[in-house]
Write a protein that binds this ligand. Structure first.
Ligand SMILES: *Cc1c(COP(=O)(O)O)cnc(C)c1O
Length: 314
């Protein structure tokens, strides 16, 4: 008698995946066919770095900045792939063009990869480059964007910079996921974590900004240097709004006039409640609205936009 009666010989993948196009191991593939080995250390050890850019109305936004950050991350982690920045740029453009998506979420990843002997020495692994374009995604859904997010202010510690360089975009997310569940327990939409001093850090895939007396603050250490975060600095410089990175005690957050979060996945998103308590008058603030408008206007500015050339479909 078999001890494995219920197992069928063939694995049938019955899940559905978003539409989109991926590139891996030298091939462009439909999203559902982009798969890696379970022996890839990117999966087993979260030994990987990645980046996410977006395409809005057929234009990449600040793609160069994303590529620079990604390549720096690979260097920090002693990874290399057989593509230079120009070739990666071409692959990303091709994924979007082949997908036909005008608004896309474009992720690119370098994993430690696999080694033929399953050696535990990371130097023995062959690093793997993967890229994909799927429909544009956001930290906040439509309804949350309209009313503003309700953010939980947790006391969960973001993995400290002494353990892991937060400026290298990475998949060490269990602190983030823990914060999300802490947030859901109090009916919040998402959550923010703290640094080792108890000051504000960041949340799952986003940076946070506090508006106080016409000035804007954002946490300094223990955060990823978001491209959207940099864009806020650029917008504020243009609008003559003071904007500083500095340590932000949780009390300062709670007393803010306005709060917003930033991510390539969604752009600038207002926060109108913290732990269920209203921020300011509970409405999306005027400074947040002004900055949001500038942010989307920049997407057609030739200094930041690169246009995808979609294949003609006759
Ligand atoms: C990606 C990410 C952000 C936001 O960065 P953007 O470049 O603006 O998308 C913030 N924090 C973490 C931890 C991230 O992974």
């Amino acid at each position: 008698m078999s001890i494995l009666p219920a197992l069928s010989a063939r694995h049938v993948d019955h899940r559905s995946y978003p539409v989109g196009v991926a590139y891996m191991d030298g091939q462009y593939l439909p999203m559902a066919e982009a798969k890696i080995s379970v022996l890839d250390y990117g999966f087993l050890h979260s030994d990987a770095t990645y980046d996410v850019a977006h395409v809005w109305k057929g234009n990449f936004f600040r793609l160069d900045d994303h590529l620079v950050r990604f390549c720096r991350g690979m260097e920090q982690l002693h990874m290399s792939v057989p593509y230079d920045k120009e070739q990666m740029r071409e692959i990303l453009h091709n994924c979007v063009a082949l997908s036909g998506l005008k608004d896309a979420y474009v992720e690119f990843i370098c994993t430690r990869g696999t080694s033929p002997t399953f050696s535990r020495d990371p130097r023995d692994a062959e690093n793997r480059f993967i890229a994909f374009a799927i429909p544009f995604g956001s930290v906040a859904n439509e309804e949350q964007r309209k009313r503003g997010l309700n953010l939980a202010v947790t006391d969960i510690l973001r993995i400290p910079p002494a353990s892991l360089d937060p400026t290298v975009k990475n998949y060490h997310w269990l602190d983030m996921v823990r914060a999300l569940y802490a947030g859901y327990a109090i009916e919040a939409d998402s959550a923010v974590l703290v640094d080792q001093e108890g000051n504000l850090s960041e949340g799952p895939g986003f940076n946070i900004f506090v508006v106080r007396d016409g000035e804007i603050l954002t946490p300094k250490g223990s955060v990823l240097h978001g491209i959207t975060r940099q864009t806020i600095f650029d917008i504020c410089a243009g609008l003559n709004i003071p904007c500083e990175e500095q340590a932000i005690p949780v009390d300062v957050l709670k007393a803010a006039d306005e709060v917003f979060i930033t991510s390539t996945a969604g752009g600038v998103m207002a926060v109108t409640r913290l732990d269920g308590q209203v921020v300011g008058d509970g409405m999306i603030g005027t400074i947040t609205q002004r900055i949001t408008k500038c942010y989307w206007d920049m997407h057609t500015d030739a200094r930041y936009a690169s246009t995808v050339r979609y294949p003609d479909i006759a």
